[in-house]
Design a protein around this ligand. Structure first.
Ligand code: GSH
Length: 220
């Protein structure tokens, strides 16, 4: 039995779910009781997601994806040779380490009480996006060409938020031709639509709760 603890609004949870859709792995999604001793035992980092596979716990979305790739090798989404695998991992790592500025910039725009150095975040994001622009393939429907890979599983959920930045009038993605082409092209696939649909539902529910909490704290 495979259980994924987390919620669909998280790009890290959605990355694992996208892989599960691709590999047709039946995964049960359960809420993550962050902060509880029970959850802490499953993931001492106290973040979502955590995967439970027959009693074995795996935290960290990138590690979970590679675990599932090894446990369910077909179809392969990591690449057929060591250089292809390096390129897949490089894109996924770039998303993880250098593109999270998107989340902070969106949050800063929505929540004046969220304090962040916007100029520094923007510079960091630009560095990551410049690198991504270099790493993406010139042609093909997917991040690294004609075959869907773990690079797409990292990028598609991230793009849910990246597209929000674009919708707010920010040209960070659209002024970079390869990223712009990728964002438009991948959005045509049912898989991306499905992931973004799941994320949208969870995000709207989160925003409704958050706005109610904000209103309650102002009133009280
Ligand atoms: N590097 C982690 C990041 C996971 C992460 O940041 N998850 C967020 C949700 S999007 C979380 O659990 N936040 C709760 C917290 O930080 O307390 C991964 O790839 O799984």
């Amino acid at each position: 039995m495979i259980i994924l603890y987390g919620s669909n609004g998280s790009p890290f949870v959605s990355r694992v779910r996208m892989l599960a859709y691709v590999k047709e792995i039946p995964i049960e999604l359960r809420p993550a009781a962050l902060g509880t001793p029970e959850y802490q035992r499953m993931n001492p980092l106290n973040k979502m997601p955590v995967l439970e596979h027959d009693g074995f716990f795996v935290p960290e979305s990138a590690v979970i994806c590679e675990y599932l790739e090894e446990a369910f090798p077909s179809p392969s989404v990591l690449g057929t040779d060591i250089r292809e695998r390096a390129r897949v991992r490089l894109v996924a790592r770039t998303v993880d380490l250098y593109l999270s500025g998107v989340f902070e910039l969106l949050r800063a725009a929505a929540d004046p009480s969220f304090k962040v150095d916007v100029t520094a975040k923007r510079a960091e994001l630009n560095r990551g996006l410049d690198a991504l622009e270099t790493f993406l393939a010139d042609e093909g429907d997917f991040a690294l060409g004609d075959k869907l890979s773990l690079a797409d599983c990292a990028l598609v959920p991230w793009l849910f938020y990246g597209n929000m930045l674009t919708a707010s009038g920010d040209d960070s993605l659209t002024r970079r031709p390869k990223i712009a082409r990728y964002a438009a092209k991948i959005g045509e696939f049912d898989l991306a639509k499905r992931i973004w649909g799941d994320m949208d539902e969870a995000f709207r529910a989160f925003m409704t709760r958050w706005k109610a909490e904000q209103a309650a704290s102002k009133a009280g």
